[in-house]
Ligand binder design. Structure first.
Ligand code: PHE
Length: 371
């Protein structure tokens, strides 16, 4: 066997037994690198006679090619081995159920607030908000609430400590009615006392020093306010009727307006909803005068007192309106069936899971108002 044949066999054997990529690379350098054995042999061709070159040239070149080919195919099969080993250990089982990610839910109060905004938007109302820390003027005085009114008592309202005698007492608002004051004052200012029509609802947090199964120190109210020319109780009744029918998704709901008293409305009316008992469950709707029917109080309302309109800088001879105030938590309880208000604010996730709404699957109103 010629030298060159021996060299070829040596490298082919080494390539065949190389255990990894590094070993293969070392063989390549030793054989075909700049100073590799076969590369040096190729250089000797220059010094040969043409005859020698004719016989040696193809042998040396053939050896170079054979070793290069062997290295390339060994490398390819090593890569395939690595991939196969990976595929064998890292199995991807597409039939496994996905890991479940904890999912939050929409609180019933947020859900009802959205429903309110949606229904009243259909009636042309916009949503207004105001601060939860109010002063005496916006929460009481401007609303025509006399100094002697029990709501002003220290034990009914959360007051902030007064640091300066001359400052107005500050408190957590006891209702969302101060938002009607702020809105009317803004309109009076913007129109230099001329006035313009107002149709707003003001949902938000309110605070009172109360706590039992149907009262929590923090709760939610929605206030409604309409100011325009020639507004009367008929507009109030129609608006409330349209609202409750859309909200409870029943057309057979009757309202009863009972004379009442609020300092900021005159006349004032407490509003009751007609209910019936079906299969031991109270259902809003049906005939309240039937054997298993009755009335439940749901909100307070009335025509905005002329003093309140004047307090805000508008002329009560020109502008009239109605207002109503309603507990949002109570609306949620009546529609979705919770029986303890305190659970709304306990932060118990089991409660939230049970009564909360899926963000991607919230109940939509059956076509809104007038559908
Ligand atoms: N602000 C009243 C309350 O909290 C509710 C109400 C609002 C009554 C507007 C009449 C008109 O009790």
């Amino acid at each position: 066997m010629s030298d060159i044949e021996a060299i070829k066999d040596k490298y082919l054997a080494q390539v065949a037994s190389a255990s990894d990529g590094d070993a293969l690379e070392a063989i390549r350098v030793a054989a075909l690198g700049k100073k590799g054995e076969i590369s040096l042999l190729l250089k000797t061709l220059g010094q040969m006679t043409p005859e020698e070159r004719q016989t040696e040239g193809p042998k040396i070149n053939g050896t170079r090619q054979a070793v290069a080919d062997a290295i390339a195919s060994r490398k390819e099969s090593m890569e395939a081995d690595v991939l196969n080993a990976q595929l064998a250990t890292e199995k991807l089982d597409l039939t496994l159920p996905p890991l479940s990610a904890p999912k939050g839910s929409i609180h019933p109060v947020s859900q009802v607030m959205d429903e309110l905004a949606e229904i009243f938007a259909d009636l042309g109302f916009s949503v207004e908000t105001g601060p939860e820390i109010e002063d005496d003027w916006h929460n009481f005085t401007a609303l025509n609430i006399p100094e002697t009114h029990p709501a002003r008592a220290m034990h009914d309202t959360f007051y902030f400590p007064q640091t300066d005698e001359n400052d107005m007492p500050k408190m957590l608002r006891t209702h969302t009615s101060p938002v009607q004051i702020r809105t009317m004052m803004d309109v009076a200012k913007r129109s230099s006392g001329e006035g313009e029509p107002i149709h707003i609802i003001a949902p938000g947090r309110t605070y009172r020093s109360d706590s039992d199964a149907t009262h929590t120190p923090m709760f939610h109210q929605v206030e409604g306010l309409v100011i325009d020319k020639g507004i009367h109780m008929g507009h109030l009744k129609w608006t409330l009727e349209t609202f409750v029918r859309a909200f409870f998704e029943r057309d057979d709901i009757t309202l009863r307006l009972r004379p009442s008293y609020f300092p900021f409305t005159e006349p004032s009316a407490e509003v009751d909803l007609g209910f019936t008992v079906e299969k031991r469950k109270r259902i809003i709707g049906g005939d309240p005068r039937s054997e298993n029917g009755g009335w439940m109080e749901i909100l307070g309302s009335g025509m905005v007192h002329p003093n309140v309109i004047a307090n805000c800088g508008l002329d009560p001879e020109v502008w009239q309106g109605f207002a109503f105030g309603c507990g949002i938590d109570r609306l949620a309880m009546l529609k979705y069936g919770m029986d303890d208000l305190r659970a709304f604010f306990d932060g118990d996730l089991r409660w939230a899971d049970h009564y909360g709404f899926d963000a991607l699957d919230v109940p939509t109103l059956s076509g809104g108002v007038g559908a």
